[in-house]
Design a protein around this ligand. Structure first.
Ligand SMILES: Cc1cc2nc3c(=O)[nH]c(=O)nc-3n(C[C@H](O)[C@H](O)[C@H](O)COP(=O)(O)O)c2cc1C
Length: 198
């Protein structure tokens, strides 16, 4: 299914095998398996090793599921209801240096938390699961429902599940249910100076 993804340079297939399906089977994920994906996220690099990422997980058929699911936008509820787990990704905006009395703003809280989510997604691929990042949710609703304080940014929600049959999706989504591609590398990198088309 990932054959359509061609790379400009040779890389490990893991990077093209990871993709974000919407058709999930509805199969449950054992807590141990989900924690193993979060373990991969734990080992991401971060500025000052501050590790600003935090994850609130909600497995389907547990009481944790509904408050997270209810805060997804309608479009995402339309397919994510068959995910095995929803993971709310937070980042701590403040950082307390070792030995310091006061915390200070961490300029890299989002950047580093992005690295952690990517690690989770790649580990999911390696472990036979799929992870699909979501930006379509009500952040204030999640804050209120889950008790998330203001000094934590609500970065994303990740749907984790086992790949399902695309026929289970609403018709409009079935055509999009295939790994997409990327801009050419030449559009994304420049030697020594900003040189990108608008
Ligand atoms: C932060 C973030 C937010 C996203 N938001 C949504 C979303 O709300 N709904 C959705 O269906 N897909 C969402 N996606 C999935 C992207 O559309 C997808 O990752 C992108 O098209 C690249 O495809 P791939 O992950 O299959 O390689 C999001 C992905 C990320 C990383």
């Amino acid at each position: 299914m990932t054959q359509a993804r061609q790379t400009d340079y040779p890389i490990d297939p893991l990077f093209t095998q990871r993709w974000s399906p919407r058709a999930f089977t509805g199969e449950q994920i054992p807590e141990e398996s989900l924690l193993a994906l979060l373990e991969a996220a734990r080992w991401a690099p971060s500025a000052y090793n501050a590790q600003p990422w935090r994850f609130i997980y909600a497995r389907r058929d547990t009481p944790s599921w509904q408050p997270v699911f209810d805060n997804l936008v309608e479009f995402n509820r339309g397919w994510a209801h068959k995910a095995a787990a929803l993971v709310v990704v937070l980042s701590h905006k403040q950082y307390t240096a070792p030995g310091a009395a006061e915390s200070q703003p961490n300029a890299w809280h989002s950047f580093d938390t992005g690295a952690a989510w990517a690690s989770l997604a790649f580990q999911a691929t390696l472990s036979g699961w799929h992870a699909h990042g979501l930006g379509g949710f009500d952040a204030n609703g999640l804050r209120a429902s889950l008790g998330i304080p203001d000094d934590y940014a609500v970065e994303a929600v990740i749907a984790v599940g086992k790949l399902g049959d695309k026929a289970s999706l609403p018709e409009a989504l079935q055509a999009r249910e295939t790994p997409n591609t990327r801009r050419p590398l030449a559009e994304l990198v420049a030697d020594g100076r900003f040189d990108f088309a608008a």
